[in-house]
Design a protein around this ligand. Structure first.
Ligand SMILES: *[C@@H]1O[C@H](CO)[C@@H](O)[C@H](O)[C@H]1NC(C)=O
Ligand SMILES: *[C@@H]1O[C@H](CO)[C@@H](O)[C@H](O)[C@H]1NC(C)=O
Ligand SMILES: *[C@@H]1O[C@H](CO)[C@@H](O)[C@H](O)[C@H]1NC(C)=O
Ligand SMILES: *[C@@H]1O[C@H](CO)[C@@H](O)[C@H](O)[C@H]1NC(C)=O
Ligand SMILES: [Zn+2]
Length: 366
């Protein structure tokens, strides 16, 4: 079953910003580059200067993050042991590296997926069609929504497999990735973004495809997110996390996949990022690598605002972030191309992702 809804999140968010009306009228954005500093109003050139020097940042113009204290984050659903090995192992055999390569090949062949470029809209429509095709023959109930953002032409996409248990279906497990790309030197330049972040997008898509083909029916609801506009301050994911916070959606665990594709010979390792994440989700990710992947894990950090998990952390949801251990040296350049992606490694992240959604999608029965 499939269904396409268009959800407009537009006007209310922009109107909710109490300060900076003049700056917003002047086209400026409130940009925060570290946990400590309060944010600065910047015009487009100033924001591009940050992108050019690979400075991570969060666009907080439309956001007033809640004050999250230890103990506020609901971690009750996060398991501390692996319980569904036979189910997960059955699904792991279904991942398809050729299909993963086909996706990354096409997605990275768009001239750019920059969120405000015409190709960024085209690539988003193609991704939407791939997601719709993926769920067409699902045995359970699945839907696809587009999320229209006020800031640009590229929509985020949310696919949802509805949980079979009437009580647990209100508890949401999320895997997400950003779909946009960027070229450091300008919006009009080539940005294939094969590793960053076509490879994260395909981890989420391949997980969905394998679950559908395996006829897997979760008790909790699983959502699959592809965010717009990550490269300009995590804007798509922050908009969605904000709505979920406002609507008190019970997100029981979130994992973000970004840049899983750059492999260094001899280093068969998954980076488990330990900053701006939830400790319980992070512990589970290590267990999942040990239990379901051929690779081993190492601890890493990536700093303030490095990717979309930060949006979920900022809104008080338990989120984790696994990625390549050394970032692609040609990130945000034309050299981040298909040839530079290690697909065996990407497949390891799909295995991790499958383990995550299955282990999270029902309470233990021990
Ligand atoms: C893997 O994917 C490719 C490309 O979509 C397809 O041709 C092939 O049949 C798939 N292999 C299996 C075993 O399903
Ligand atoms: C990208 O956009 C340009 C200009 O609008 C267009 O000519 C081209 O066909 C688009 N598609 C791809 C795959 O780059
Ligand atoms: C799918 O939805 C239908 C109608 O609401 C319901 O009867 C059915 O049990 C659902 N299937 C699953 C697997 O949740
Ligand atoms: C990784 O980080 C966790 C949590 O801080 C710590 O318990 C563990 O010892 C670290 N492991 C390694 C190998 O660094
Ligand atoms: Zn990037």
């Amino acid at each position: 079953m499939k269904l396409v809804l268009v959800v407009s999140l537009g006007v209310a968010l922009v109107a909710s910003c109490p300060f900076g009306d003049e700056e917003i009228k002047a086209g400026k954005r409130l940009i925060k580059t570290s946990f400590e500093e309060p944010g600065q109003w910047m015009d487009e050139d100033e924001i591009w200067a940050l992108i050019m020097k690979h400075q991570n940042f969060i666009d907080i113009t439309d956001h007033n993050f809640p004050d999250i204290k230890e103990g506020d984050v609901n971690v009750q659903a996060i398991p501390t042991t692996l319980r569904f090995q036979s189910t997960v192992n059955g699904l792991l055999g279904r991942t398809n590296i050729t299909r993963i390569q086909d996706f990354v090949g096409t997605f990275s062949s768009y001239f750019s997926r920059y969120y405000q470029s015409p190709n960024g809209t085209e690539s988003q429509r193609w991704l939407l069609s791939q997601v719709q095709d993926s769920i067409a023959n699902y045995v359970g109930n699945a839907t696809v929504n587009e999320v229209v953002h006020p800031f640009g032409v590229q929509n985020s996409i949310i696919a949802r497999i509805t949980g079979s248990d009437p009580t647990l279906r209100g508890e949401i497990v999320i895997i997400g990735a950003h779909q946009d790309s960027v070229n450091t030197f300008g919006a009009l330049l080539a940005a294939p973004g094969a590793d960053d972040n076509a490879s994260g997008s395909v981890v989420v898509l391949e997980t969905l495809r394998v679950l559908v083909e395996g006829g897997y029916i979760p008790k909790r609801t699983i959502e699959f997110h592809w965010y717009a506009a990550e490269e300009v301050g995590l804007r798509g994911s922050a908009a969605i996390a904000q709505i979920y916070n406002t609507n008190r959606v019970n997100v029981v665990g979130m994992v973000n996949f970004d840049v899983p594709g750059y492999h260094i010979a001899g280093r068969d390792e998954i980076g488990i990022y330990t900053d701006h994440v939830n400790a319980e989700v992070t512990t589970l990710l290590r267990l999942l690598v040990d239990g379901y992947c051929t690779y081993t894990w190492i601890n890493k950090t990536c700093g303030y605002g490095c990717s979309d998990h930060a949006s979920w952390t900022n809104y008080g949801f338990p989120a984790g972030f696994p990625a390549e251990t050394v970032f692609h040296p040609l990130m945000h350049r034309p050299g981040d191309n298909f040839e530079s992606v290690g697909f065996t490694q990407v497949n390891e992240f799909v295995k991790l992702s499958l383990g995550f959604v299955v282990e999270m999608s029902e309470p233990g029965s021990l």
